[in-house]
Ligand binder design. Sequence first.
Ligand SMILES: [Zn+2]
Ligand SMILES: [Zn+2]
Ligand SMILES: [Zn+2]
Length: 382
Amino acid sequence: MKIEINKSKKDSKKKTGGQKKPVASKKTGAKSELSSYKKKIDPKTDNKPVSELRQDPVTGDWVVIATKRAKRPEDFTKDKKEVESIDPKDCPFCEQGGISKQKPDTLIYYRQDDQWSLRVFPNLYPAFTRSKKVNHQEDGMYFSMDGVGYHEVIVTRDHDRGVPFLLKEEIAEVLDSFKTRYIELMNRKSVNYIMFIENHGKESGASLVHPHWQMFAIPVVSPGVKLELEGSQLYKRNRGACVFCQMIEREQKEKKRIIAQNDSFIAFAPFASRAAFEVWIMPKKHQPYFERIREEEEFEAAEILKTVIEKYYWNLKDVSYNMYLHTSPCDGRDYHYFHWHIELIPKTAVWAGFELGTGIEISTIEPERAAKHLRKNMDREL
Ligand SMILES: [Zn+2]
Ligand SMILES: [Zn+2]
Ligand SMILES: [Zn+2]
């Protein structure tokens, strides 16, 4: 099933060299076509929400309680599921496996040979679902609301080609799909925050080896993002500058925590890393809103993201990691003081009592040494 896409956009896109040329995408200009496509393939359902958002009355933080897929108490004591290194024919994201059983695509990119290169579709097991109505419940001191939103999966074609083996252009396509879905959903009434994540490796919580990312478009701003927003607003108020821009300036002067950089992006181990080998990737130019990334910047961001994940792969023996994108909320407010960025946290340790009790993480290597190790020539003798 091929979507009709904006021809002129399609022709103007020069994303790849060689044969793996993704014939891109529905960009902003193609929005109306995408919407009509969506209407056709994605009938609005008014299913009962699969989850509930509950607010902590002490901190104001939100948690998600899965109601539809509620586990039985005894399920929690079963052996932990490992990442299944399944054969492509059993893989739910593979052509020869179960991708045809997935929900209809909300976005698809094609290569020059008319084969798909990247697909975006609703998660079969969503943490949030769309609904026409959002129910709020106020029960004395407790406040909760339906877990309304969008939970989608972004999948690249090849089962065995993770980020270190993707072309820069293919990673740029992943970022382009983030941007396209972001722009499509950012003005929906129930959507105030959109988060993109990647879980890689079994320690990260990934349950499938096939390269994939996830998008959560949700009605609330997460506690972690709120802290960053408040912190950067306060810094701006007190010192008249963006804390992230100043961090970049300082890192460029010192150099010892930098892992990679190009004209538009920089990757470094943050001064106060919470985890060993934590890396932040930021646009060098101040930009609060990820969705305003330009096409040529997508390539530069992809180059840096690929480099960092390659380093994780070769220098840290394919360590499990969580990656997520922090950008300003899409709730209509002004976040000029924020600066979008990507964070990567390798899963080298588990949170124990001290970390859970204090919220202070113990990182077991100095960020300066971690950066030096990551900068090292790639060790191909894995
Ligand atoms: Zn697969
Ligand atoms: Zn900035
Ligand atoms: Zn952040």
